[in-house]
Design a protein around this ligand. Structure first.
Ligand code: NAD
Ligand code: MG
Length: 393
């Protein structure tokens, strides 16, 4: 039996993961589930999956969960806070950690999983974007296995040779073609973008996701974060990555080789495919995903990305070029700006403005230690808060 810890069990990635695990109870058992504050949902998940541990990030909520579990007679142990998240990411009985927390909050538990040599199924791209160098070093040092479940990166992984550790060029790879749906505002004019609401931004044409990544898809910051994610995962230079807008989200990404071959991975837009792939790799298991019907799809379209309407995409390429903590700073500014937009304190186009100003105004550092990363993350958040007050008045 393979022991699995699911970080962010109450989220969109968490529930897709639990759906796959429930189909294979003979192979996988849930060691631990974690959540931020949703006690009600967590009680239900504990009843269904009977984990050894349940962690709530907030301690008051952990107490409520403990009381609730006692009433139902469950013997799941309840832990709280970041220490609890790190603990369940490093347990001996955990073989595999699903990093499904959203944002920088997922960094420390994901690092704990790396340092304990686990197989890490990475959805939490912000963790890698903010700490790329350190994270990849720790994965190597502690012999952990880092498998992407972000659908594009999982597709790229599937299209690369099984061992690409000696570099893309040595394996005959010319470029990575990173596909993007274009989000809900693919055809919206710059003028109209000024007035879009959080509800409109969170309505994605092809995927059902948490609110933060939905807004990131709408600004195309998500694709920007994915460019940075791909640079770290596949040791790629930004020039080796071409973003291709593909509105149907059927091709999840492609790899172009020197001989002109382009390999693609296709499938229904359903996160259970990359999750099942990475859980069972190098084997394959059923994921409950609807078969791809090419006759129904009939047409696949491709467009160039529009950097003028989606400036966040350019900011991500800039941040990779600057190096060091530039990506940490961009990620932190973006998290604050997206939250302000969701709270109706900032306009949609204000997100890119805040990100640009914070990236311009802060100086970045070589990002080799956790202290430097966390301190630049904090500085960027504080500056973003100030800038939001400036631009929204
Ligand atoms: P979500 O909002 O649906 O879920 C987030 C989860 O993280 C929840 O379980 C929540 O309880 C937990 N969480 C939030 N804040 C926390 C905190 N401070 N401390 C501890 N836990 C906290 O988000 P999601 O859509 O599942 O996305 C999760 C991650 O996966 C993101 O990094 C996202 O970019 C990435 N991702 C998601 C999808 C998708 O289809 N949803 C696809 C690719 C990548
Ligand atoms: Mg993705």
């Amino acid at each position: 039996m393979i022991g699995v810890t699911v970080l962010g069990a109450t989220g969109s990635i968490g529930s897709s993961t639990l759906d796959v695990l429930a189909r294979h109870k003979d192979k996988y058992h849930v060691v631990a589930l974690t959540a931020h504050r949703n006690v009600k949902n967590m009680l239900k998940l504990c009843a269904d999956f009977k984990p050894e541990y349940a962690v709530m990030a907030l301690s008051d909520e952990a107490e409520k969960l403990a009381v609730g579990l006692k009433e139902c007679g469950g013997d799941t142990k309840v832990l709280a806070g970041v220490e609890g998240l790190e603990y369940v990411s490093s347990l001996d009985q955990t073989d595999c950690v699903v990093a499904g927390i959203v944002g920088a909050a997922g960094l420390l538990p994901a690092l704990a999983a790396a340092r304990s040599g686990k197989r890490i199924l990475l959805a939490n791209k912000e963790a890698l974007v903010m700490s790329g160098h350190l994270f990849m070093d720790e994965v190597k040092k502690y012999n952990a296995e880092l498998l992407p479940i972000d659908s594009e990166h999982n597709a790229i992984f599937q299209c690369l040779p099984s061992d690409f550790s000696d570099g893309l060029t040595a394996n005959g790879v010319r470029r990575i073609l990173l596909t993007a749906s274009g989000g809900p505002f693919r055809k919206t004019s710059l003028e109209a973008l000024k007035n879009v609401t959080p509800e409109q931004a969170c309505t994605h044409p092809n995927w059902e996701m948490g609110r933060k990544i939905s807004v990131d898809s709408a600004t195309m910051m998500n694709k920007g974060l994915e460019v940075i994610e791909a640079c770290w995962l596949f040791d790629a230079a930004p020039e080796q990555i071409q973003v291709v807008v593909h509105p149907q989200s059927v091709i999840h990404s492609m790899v172009e080789y020197l001989d002109g071959s382009v390999l693609a991975q296709l499938g229904s837009p359903d996160m259970r495919t990359p999750i099942a792939h990475a859980l069972s790799w190098p084997e394959r298991i059923d994921a409950g995903v609807q078969k791809l019907n090419l006759f129904d799809i009939a047409t696949l379209e491709f467009e160039k990305p529009d950097f003028s309407r989606f400036p966040c995409l350019q900011l991500a390429f800039d941040a990779v070029k600057f190096g060091g903590t530039a990506s940490t700073i961009l990620n932190a500014a973006n998290e604050v700006a997206v939250q302000a937009f969701l709270d109706k304190q900032l306009s949609f186009v204000g997100i890119a403005k805040v990100n640009q100003i914070v990236l311009d105004e802060l100086s970045y550092h070589d990002a080799l230690t956790l202290d430097v990363i966390l301190s630049d993350d904090k500085m960027a958040r504080e500056l973003a808060d100030d800038v939001i007050k400036r631009v929204s008045h």
